[in-house]
Design a protein around this ligand. Structure first.
Ligand SMILES: Nc1ncnc2c1ncn2[C@@H]1O[C@H](COP(=O)(O)OP(=O)(O)OP(=O)(O)O)[C@@H](O)[C@H]1O
Length: 470
């Protein structure tokens, strides 16, 4: 009976049973008013200290004019307000980046925390099912820190004990709409804590021009576009295999061409060879001269070229065996990147069964054994179903551009990728807004990253051909 209960529940605690001699009455303990007052004052002080600690700048900006008014009158308070406004405005005009980093984003985070997240936290948690209302008491996940970047709010959350990441990943739609964002992405910050990303606007909404050809010859991660957080998107091609999946018009070509463009100095230096398989003859044929005689369009020729790559790979494996375990590109042993546009033409839609078997076997051999000896595959594909591409799991790195169906996202990026926010089926079909936009899930991280590939125009490709053939 002396169990601690929420106040509004005491009235429901009727333990009498009709027609029995024994009647249990709930014991109502009256808390002395002074204890209640002390608790409220203590909570207020703790809240004040927490506010000052977490938001010193915002607190100072509000407190200073108030104190000045009390001590020196309204005219001085007005002057202080003008002074306080003039400093940040001047700073923002002179050096916007440092102003935003040190003041702007913090103020915005304070505003978003109080006005958006704290205000809506309880209803969104209860209605989405992430919080519980039990016996008159709300059990809510703890809303932690809110940080603002140029494009998104990053919200840390402490989950309720017993909740899983999947509970949150399944409710990203509720969270996004509940807090007025377009989408929400969930990732694990540490045990029991999550990081929710709510984009405020889309930094990838406009097409990006082709990335300038690098000055140095390198096979290192090639800059092919921009990540959502504004960092350059560098695609690793050496030491891995990459599969790019996207519906027709999703912009697969821009990834293939951006990768080739980034490798151009290394091609000129003889450190990289690009072998092109172009069964559709619509994409890579445009820069045919870049590939010399390592270009194939007919299925027979494609099978031969793939088998030639397997021979190179096996010959290197024989030579490297017992001597080295990784490949360093040299003029004698350059990195061979096999670029395949619409790989399904060769693996699934190929009528000649013999050819199909040869091509599948060569591709499977390259993708299982090639990366250690400097042979990589970069393949593009429209339809990611297993019956179309049964070796898709042999590609360590995958990119999902716009896809037609939501189930296709996990087929490309692996289980749970869509729940974690890879909404590739929501990418706009309008080329200016959505072509080249996609999600990347790297071998090393379960969290998908939203990216946009730079658009390599026909003029850019012509210039690339001229630069290599000159
Ligand atoms: N990165 C990009 N940024 C902006 N627009 C792009 C980008 N990539 C492609 N586009 C536009 O979208 C159109 C379709 O692109 P692309 O042909 O590369 O798509 P795809 O996925 O290769 O299609 P398909 O499988 O039918 O060949 C292009 O003509 C171009 O106008």
């Amino acid at each position: 009976m002396f169990r601690k209960l929420p106040g509004d529940e005491a009235q429901h605690l009727v333990t009498t049973t009709p027609d029995t001699a024994v009647v249990f009455r709930p014991a109502v303990v009256q808390t002395p008013a002074i204890i209640t007052l002390v608790i409220f004052v203590w909570r207020m002080l703790a809240g004040l200290v927490r506010l000052l600690w977490r938001h010193p700048i915002a607190s100072a900006i509000t407190a200073v004019p108030g104190v000045t008014w009390t001590l020196y009158g309204w005219s001085w308070a007005l002057l202080t307000i003008f002074g306080l406004l003039a400093v940040p405005i001047g700073w923002a005009l002179i050096h916007r980046a440092s102003f935003l980093r040190l003041i702007g984003w913090r103020l915005l985070a304070f505003w978003r925390l109080t006005w958006v997240y704290r205000r809506h936290w309880q209803p969104v948690m209860i209605i989405s099912g992430l919080g519980r209302h039990l016996r008159g008491r709300d059990y809510l996940p703890h809303l932690g820190k809110v940080t603002c970047t140029s494009w998104a709010d990053l919200v840390t959350v402490r989950m309720l004990t017993g909740q899983s990441v999947k509970d949150w990943a399944d409710r990203t739609d509720h969270l996004a709409h509940g807090f007025g964002a377009r989408s929400c992405r969930v990732s694990v910050a540490r045990a029991g804590r999550l990081l929710l990303v709510f984009p405020r606007h889309d930094p990838l909404a406009t097409p990006l021009p082709a990335v300038p050809v690098p000055d140095e010859a390198s096979v290192g991660p090639v800059e092919v576009g921009t990540c959502e957080d504004g960092r350059p998107w560098r695609l690793k091609v050496h030491g891995t295999h990459v599969l790019v999946a996207g519906a027709t018009g999703a912009g697969k070509g821009s990834i293939l061409w951006s990768a080739i463009r980034g490798l151009l100095p290394a091609v000129r230096a003889g450190l990289v060879q690009i072998w092109a398989l172009d069964p559709k003859r619509m994409e890579l044929s445009f820069g045919r001269d870049l590939f010399g005689d390592r270009y194939a369009a007919t299925p027979e020729h494609c099978a031969e070229l793939l088998e030639a790559a397997v021979v190179v790979m096996q010959e290197r494996a024989d030579r490297f065996a017992g001597l080295r375990r990784t490949h360093t590109p040299t003029v004698e042993d350059p990195f061979v990147l096999v670029v395949v546009d619409e790989v399904a033409f060769l693996t699934a839609y190929q009528a000649d069964k013999g050819l199909k078997l040869r091509i599948c076997a060569a591709l499977a051999t390259l993708t299982t054994q090639g990366r250690a000896v400097g042979v990589g595959v970069l393949a593009a594909l429209q339809d990611p179903r297993k019956e179309v591409m049964n070796i898709r799991n042999l590609f360590p790195d995958k990119i999902a551009l716009r896809l037609d169906e939501s189930e296709q996202v996990d087929m490309v990026l692996g289980d749970g990728a869509r729940d974690r926010g890879a909404l590739a089926d929501h990418i706009s079909p309008i080329p200016a807004q959505g072509a080249g936009v996609g999600y990347v899930r790297l071998e090393t991280s379960p969290d998908p990253i939203r990216v946009r590939a730079a658009y390599v125009s026909d003029t850019d490709i012509r210039a690339m051909v001229e630069a290599v053939t000159a």
